[in-house]
Write a protein that binds this ligand. Structure first.
Ligand code: ZN
Length: 390
């Protein structure tokens, strides 16, 4: 019998996407409301709420929750939540908004995705938020930059989601809600499931990481970021193809499932690792694979900060656990895949290929070591890079 972890907050899943008649009525109402533009990050958070990934939140946070999440990693009511989920507006627009007013939430093209009932307007100390969440106020950090670029006023209140059609149709088969992944896991008879977060195509080091998890858990969820990515990242539809081919050729049938979800990375390192584990619990995952420098960027975080933070939070904060794994690579002396924890050899024996070098190899049609990437994956990437450089 499959017995999965509970949704976060010991409750049932709370998807905020309306359905059927309720949705039709909300759409009719929304077109007449004042329109509030969302940033891509805010839209991605709204979509996460729509699908139930941010259970049990019911909307964008008010000031008490914002402050408490920054300072103590929990909402004012004491629910564990490591990064505040907020919506901002420009001051001029904020001044015209009334408390209890209903507003429609739109993307940059004016398409309506949801509505909010404003319970509070507040201005935030952006330095305070960034110091607490990102541990820096350096605007070369993309997460910090986004906070500094957001509007001067935050609005908080419950939301209703009326649309989640934001991604190209090629992603349709990937977009599984927490209720859907849970149902798949149950059908497979899985109780323990590890989530592997990725925004890259999977090379052999990632394959190894994923297989360590399969040794321990009943199954694996390869969970792709569909939200906006860093410049130079591989587009999701190419990644999906690569991963499909790797799974088909190198994994036991039925041991791994591929899915995507709409978050936009904040690159918040350890705090973001906690958030990633929290919403994986809603998807039904008992474990999150946390590799070296999970969700980090540049040298803002230590390589194991995202491991240590799971030992620092109060016990009972959430059910999903970190599966902490050191960097993985092929070692010529070990003559196999290994990790920083298991391979005793020098760096010179270990195969590391930087993203830049890898790209160069593919563009120039150079041979890539078979120990680095599977041929089925390379073929797809070669096609992509060569077309891109034409
Ligand atoms: Zn070795």
């Amino acid at each position: 019998m499959s017995k999965l972890v509970n949704p976060h907050g010991q409750t049932s899943l709370r998807p905020l996407l309306l359905k059927n008649k309720e949705r039709d009525e909300e759409i009719k109402k929304a077109v007449k409301l004042k329109k509030i533009p969302m940033s891509s990050r805010e839209l991605s958070d709204l979509l996460m709420m729509g699908m139930g990934a941010y259970t049990p939140l019911n909307g964008f946070m008010c000031e008490e929750d914002w402050k408490s999440c920054c300072l103590d990693l929990k909402t004012a009511e004491g629910l564990f939540w490591p990064i505040p989920i907020t919506l901002s507006v420009k001051k001029s627009l904020g001044d015209s908004i009334q408390i209890n007013e209903e507003l429609s939430l739109v993307n940059e093209k004016g398409k309506i995705f949801g509505t909010i009932e404003v319970k509070e307007k507040y201005s935030i100390d952006k330095d305070f938020e960034c110091r607490n969440v990102f541990n820096t106020i350096d605007t070369s950090h993309p997460g910090v930059e986004k906070v500094f670029n957001q509007g001067a006023i935050n609005i908080g209140g419950p939301v209703k989601v009326i649309d989640e059609d934001h991604y190209p149709s090629s992603y349709k088969g990937l977009y599984f809600t927490p209720a859907e992944t849970r149902s798949i896991f149950k059908q497979n008879g899985w109780s323990t499931v590890a989530a592997f977060q990725t925004r890259n195509p999977m090379h052999r080091s990632h394959e190894y990481l994923a297989k360590i998890a399969i040794e321990i858990c009943d199954g694996l969820l390869i969970h792709q970021v569909l939200g906006a990515l860093k410049k130079g990242d591989i587009p999701a539809e190419i990644r999906v193809k690569c991963i499909d081919n790797m799974v088909k050729n190198y994994f036991v049938k039925g041991s791994a499932i591929q899915a995507g979800y709409p978050i936009e990375m904040r690159y918040g390192g350890p705090k973001e690792a906690l958030l990633h584990a929290l919403f994986r619990q809603n998807f039904g995952c008992s474990h999150l694979i946390v590799g070296r420098d999970h969700a980090g960027i540049g040298s803002f975080y230590g390589p194991f900060d995202a491991h240590h933070i799971f030992d620092e939070i109060p016990s009972g904060s959430m059910e999903t656990k970190a599966l902490k794994i050191d960097i993985t690579f092929y070692c010529y002396k070990c003559n196999g895949m290994a990790t920083g924890k298991t391979c005793p050899h020098e760096e010179s024996q270990r195969l590391h290929v930087s993203g830049t070098r890898f790209r160069e190899m593919l563009v120039n049609n150079e041979e890539v070591p078979k120990e680095f990437s599977r041929p089925e994956v390379l073929e797809i990437l070669r096609g992509f890079y060569q077309q891109e450089n034409m």
